[in-house]
Design a protein around this ligand. Sequence first.
Ligand SMILES: *Cc1c(COP(=O)(O)O)cnc(C)c1O
Length: 431
Amino acid sequence: MNISKSIEAYKQAVKSIPGGVNSPVRAFKSVNGNPLFIAKAKGAKISDIDGNEFIDYVGSWGPMILGHAHPEVVKALNETLLNGTSFGAPTLLEIQMAETINAMIPSIESVRMVNSGTEATMSALRLARGFTGRSIVVKFEGCYHGHGDSFLIKAGSGALTLGVPSSPGITEGTAKDTLIADYNNLDSVEALFKQNAENIAAVIIEPITGNIGVVEPTNEFIQGLRKLCTQYGALLIFDEVMTGFRVAKGGAQQLLGVKPDLTTLGKIIGGGLPVGAYGGRKDIMDKLAPQGPIYQAGTLSGNPMAMAAGLTTLKIINETPNFYSDLETKSAMLEAGLNENLVKTGVSGVVNRVGSMFTLFFTANKAVNSYADVLTCNTDFFAKYFNLSLESGIYLAPSQFEAGFVSAAHTISDIQYTIEKSYEALKQLNN
Ligand SMILES: *Cc1c(COP(=O)(O)O)cnc(C)c1O
């Protein structure tokens, strides 16, 4: 594969952009590669500036559930564009967006739009603190909630991939207000509540993780979390920036049957434009300015272009018959194929999947249910597998600790091709 233009571009980029990229995992560091500079994408295919084409399982890290450049999304953007791109004043699109979100996720009675997932979680935490009058937040080791200071303690995604569990620049004062529990270990949460009964404002969690790869909660754990929060008067925040509209129409909370107090959203609701949102119980949301005293604002919040792309995406999800069951069928086929490949080639691994989110973990463990299990993975093996996949035209997330995404645009033959090439890669690596 010729990637000479991307190699040149990267050399140029590092001169004027930190590390050559605007978000760390894009740099392909953990797979010992040169990042591909993208020229365009359409449907399930993405093309680099050298003209190589790939089946894309990154989907911009989650937003592109319809595939790239969906004609209806492009049309909505074109129409909106002509009327002006930002007014700093309310628009009807924002009401439509709020009503659509509230209808799809019943726990959200009122919702505020922001510009990224990071902004959503930061704002939700401030709101939880202001509402409860408490300062501590409990998060889970490996869970990623964007790059807000309070959450960059033992975080997943790029922070995990690059071995930066915490980051310089975060003060001790901030770090001390974040307590860490173990995912799928209710006792670890209960112990924190017992020691800090009156001081915990919120527990925040990726209800189904994506940022250490896909890991599902046990029923006992996730139901128990709800009970503990209620018992101790802390708010339960589901960070559904990745899982919202991804694993089901109503997100992970629908699948798991748990009602959080607040939910954070992002990725899919922007339809590929920069958006985040946080919402939940009306009595809590009404504490936000201008109704209440807790401040949060944004020059571009509820931006018409972003609302148009997001709303069109949600509209297509709602109006397409069998939208999620079709995604399930294709994703289940991919899962079965990958599992069969592991058996046939004798490579040790575990495939975790929820709906159209999946991770192939290269581990000798029989199952991956916790952060400790995730850490047993062979990241060198993953790097080689990643590079062979790329060579054969399959674009995976450049890290073992990420979710892959199947979109509505992936065809059965895309999936079959992926399974076939994955088999060849595994066979080659196990020789
Ligand atoms: C991506 C993600 C974020 C951060 O969203 P950005 O838009 O990248 O700031 C937060 N939480 C979860 C669960 C995510 O997957």
